[in-house]
Ligand binder design. Sequence first.
Ligand code: NAP
Length: 300
Amino acid sequence: MLTGMQIAVIGGDARQLEVVRKLTELDAKLLLVGFEQLDHAFTGAVKEKMEDINFNELDSVILPVRGTDTNGKVETIFSSEEVVLSEEMIKKTPAHCIFYSGISNDYLDGIFKKADRKLELLFERDDVAIYNSIPTVEGAIMMAIQHTDFTIHGSNVSVLGLGRVGMSVARSFQALGAKVKVGARKSEDIARICEMALTPFHLNDIAAEMKNVDICINTIPFPIITAKVIANMPVHTLIIDLASKPGGTDFRYAEKRGIKALLAPSLPGIVAPKTAGQILANALGLLIQGEFMKRKGKKI
Ligand code: NAP
């Protein structure tokens, strides 16, 4: 339980409501900034303005999945007010106060370094990334169905990368009856692809491997689907690029060749905001309880 803890939740979208629900269930006292247009009230949570927050009384601060923009502005879809997180605010918090966000950027890295506080990035955690791969795959399947006139079953699907998302994508398309090939660069990943009864190829051979691909799903955040690779694809190929912006595809050349290439970011928040919020809420519940117990010198 988080009885006695004071946590500020600053901005965010529908996913943050699951976080608020979870933390109020755990009995934390919550201050909600950027939620004044939200009709729903949560017992134990008070809506506040940023200027009324006493940062020196906070034990934790939860930022939206994207953190802030590169000027410190926090996304607030339940508010029309501008909310900005500054170095001065962070410096006012007690030394034990931990901030949580999904990802970071240069602005956040800079102010947290100067303020000497910890910013914990949820999307860098394996557990969160693996849980999150579930709605990501469902989004990729949705896109494959929407943008093709053939079934996934029986089609040739190439997945690039065998990380946390790539593995889930490959397994799910295999389960739907696709003939799945996976491209990777490490010998242990090639071995794992074989073990999964999928067809492996080394990324050095990517161009040659694209000759009969129907759907190519990229999870590698690196320019991997180059013009040379696209030149070898049949013209009906659908590219679904799941890698973080700007993706790994030469979109200009794909368009020139008449190949449909879609950059598909943030699928969990689009196809399953409630589940995506619960994934974050569960991770945050465990992390904050762990920190709370550590401060009290107790074992979890
Ligand atoms: P991950 O576990 O780190 O996997 C990344 C994969 O890319 C690994 O197989 C890695 O191989 C490979 N890779 C990285 N750089 C490479 C390079 N230069 N050349 C060849 N291979 C390279 O990451 P993840 O959690 O699966 O996420 C993958 C991407 O999807 C990220 O960009 C993430 O932000 C994004 N994502 C998107 C969504 C969405 O909704 N679209 C949802 C979740 C995640 P090695 O192990 O050999 O480095």
